[in-house]
Design a protein around this ligand. Structure first.
Ligand SMILES: NC(=O)c1ccc[n+]([C@@H]2O[C@H](COP(=O)([O-])OP(=O)(O)OC[C@H]3O[C@@H](n4cnc5c(N)ncnc54)[C@H](O)[C@@H]3O)[C@@H](O)[C@H]2O)c1
Length: 487
């Protein structure tokens, strides 16, 4: 990869903006899979859950010549539900999907190798949407690129060092094949103009950024009678770090991504050099009686009803922590201070960025659209974000992706996407271990969270086994004990 490619401006290499993001490609190595304006692009959806169903509909808003022809999900009922709901929408005249869905029954796949079967239905130059739990992403991404498909993949793109290395390899192949890779970091689109001002030096030399994704607890799905362990874990993927990467990766990666864009100053290979973290699992490991005193609903009756329905799952299953506070250090000495939390009844502050420079500071709060400003050291406003987004950013990212595919414009978001996700992994591993962890060490020899290789069958053993009491407390990482380089 040339220095020029490495240093392309923030907007260009992350695919953000319109004109800037789609400047003419001068580094396509070959163009075997470029779909011309009128060609039909066939689309497969892998992962028919909440985001997959949303992403495929966001893609539909682009309104070009495409057809959704295959779906895959780990579970049969989800795959069928996903296909049926797309077919139903396609039958409605006013729906953007009208006439755009042609999924035969034998193109509805389920199982842990279903992703391959769905992608096998496509030809090079077609498109796949990857929206499973992120632990699987590196494997699914690699297969998509092997098949010559353009990829829209949800964040995170990796949840461990092995996955990161894997994705970076696949990124190279994707670039060599001239495939257009879009990562679901849609928040970037909103925040990009603010970041541009910071890069332009409006607040002097960058010193630090504070970022927050402090939210309430997340869902859990009660164990079904006689349910196989792997089945339970994949349904409850957000409670198992080998599948979700922890909330620092799964959710907070949006905010970490923004911080990394700011501090990497347009280098798509930019990253911090080290991190240290404090965190733990306070709420998730607390006695149930104590938790019942802090209801997640304002109405106590509503809470009691909910609790009765969910108590078999509540809330100790899984191994995930519920809060992380990380200090990242960049090679230039600048710092990123990062908080994320999944605990109810606490201070909620999500998707918020605060930047400090030598001659000013700034804030960016929320997105779609968010509010951004920069002030000088006396507090006088020097820049304010005005105006609406051209489109909701979840849809806008698909406009840019399809434009890149149709007009053969560069889009290789896999690199910057992987860097930001690895930054989240670095923060998590620093917390689990209680040590200062160097980026280079972790990238080289960090843990592989899929100890038996990829999970491609329901017969595979679950990577984590429950304790005798059915919970997982014995395999929750403990600082000072956990070794980030083993396994
Ligand atoms: N960009 C965003 O703002 C945003 C928002 C929400 C979710 N996401 C991301 O989207 C992804 C999916 O999240 P979700 O909320 O849709 O979760 P979900 O649980 O609703 O859906 C995941 C789906 O994937 C299926 N699945 C699990 N393992 C599979 C496998 N190996 N092969 C095929 N299918 C498999 C599940 O059965 C489920 O239907 C996650 O990476 C999440 O972080 C992104």
């Amino acid at each position: 990869m040339s220095a020029l490619q490495n240093r392309r401006s923030f907007l260009k290499q992350t695919g953000i903006g319109t004109a800037a993001a789609v400047a003419a490609s001068n580094f396509a190595l070959n163009t075997p899979v470029h779909a011309a304006g009128s060609d039909e692009i066939r689309i497969a959806l892998v992962g028919c859950g909440g985001r997959g169903s949303g992403a495929v509909r966001d893609r539909a808003q682009v309104g070009d010549h495409y057809k959704i022809t295959a779906v895959a999900d780990a579970f049969e009922d989800s795959a069928k539900r996903g296909a049926d709901s797309l077919r139903k929408d396609a039958a409605k005249e006013e729906n953007p999907l009208a006439g755009k869905v042609d999924i035969a029954d034998d193109s509805v796949f389920h199982g842990l190798d279903a992703y391959k079967k769905a992608m096998d239905c496509l030809k090079p130059g077609d498109q796949v949407i990857l929206a499973t739990p992120p632990g699987f992403r590196p494997f699914h991404y690699r297969y998509a690129v092997e098949k010559g498909l353009h990829v829209f993949m949800e964040k995170p793109v990796c949840i461990d060092a092995a996955g990161f290395r894997h994705v970076m390899e696949t990124n190279k192949t994707a670039e060599e094949k001239n495939l257009k890779i879009c990562v679901g970091f849609q928040v970037r689109l909103d925040v990009a103009p603010w970041i541009e001002q910071i890069h332009a030096g409006k607040i002097g030399t960058l010193l630090s950024t504070r970022i927050y994704y402090n939210a309430g607890r997340i869902w859990c799905r009660p164990r079904e009678e006689g349910e196989e362990e792997l089945h339970f874990q994949i349904r409850n993927w957000y409670h198992f770090p080998y599948l979700c990467g922890e909330n620092i990766a799964e959710q907070h990666c949006h905010t970490i991504d923004l911080a990394n864009q700011i501090h990497s100053k347009g280098d798509r290979m930019g990253h911090p050099v080290e991190a240290n973290t404090m965190g733990g699992r306070t709420y998730k490991a607390a006695p149930e009686e104590l938790l019942r005193q802090a209801p997640p609903f304002s109405d106590r009756k509503e809470w009691d009803k909910w609790y009765q329905e969910h108590k078999s799952a509540f809330p100790r299953h899984g191994q995930a922590w519920d809060h992380f506070f990380t200090e990242y250090t960049y090679a230039d000495g600048s710092k990123v201070y990062s908080q994320c939390r999944h605990i109810n009844n606490c201070w909620t502050h999500t998707l918020s960025e605060y930047v400090q420079g030598t001659s000013g500071s700034g804030t960016y709060l929320g997105y779609n659209p968010g509010k951004g400003k920069l002030v000088d050291s006396e507090g006088h406003e020097i820049w304010t974000k005005t105006g609406k987004l051209p489109k909701v950013s979840n849809q806008w990212e698909h406009d840019l992706h399809v434009k890149a595919i149709r007009e053969d414009l560069p889009m290789h978001q896999g690199y910057a996407g992987a860097m930001s996700c690895m930054m989240a992994v670095l923060g998590r591993e620093a917390g689990y271990s209680g040590k200062v962890i160097k980026w280079d060490d972790l990238v080289e020899k960090g843990r592989d969270y899929f100890p038996n290789g990829e999970i491609t069958s329901w017969d595979s053993p679950a990577p984590v086994q429950p304790d005798a009491d059915g919970f997982y407390e014995n395999s929750v990482p403990v600082p000072g004990v956990y070794n980030p380089f083993a396994g």
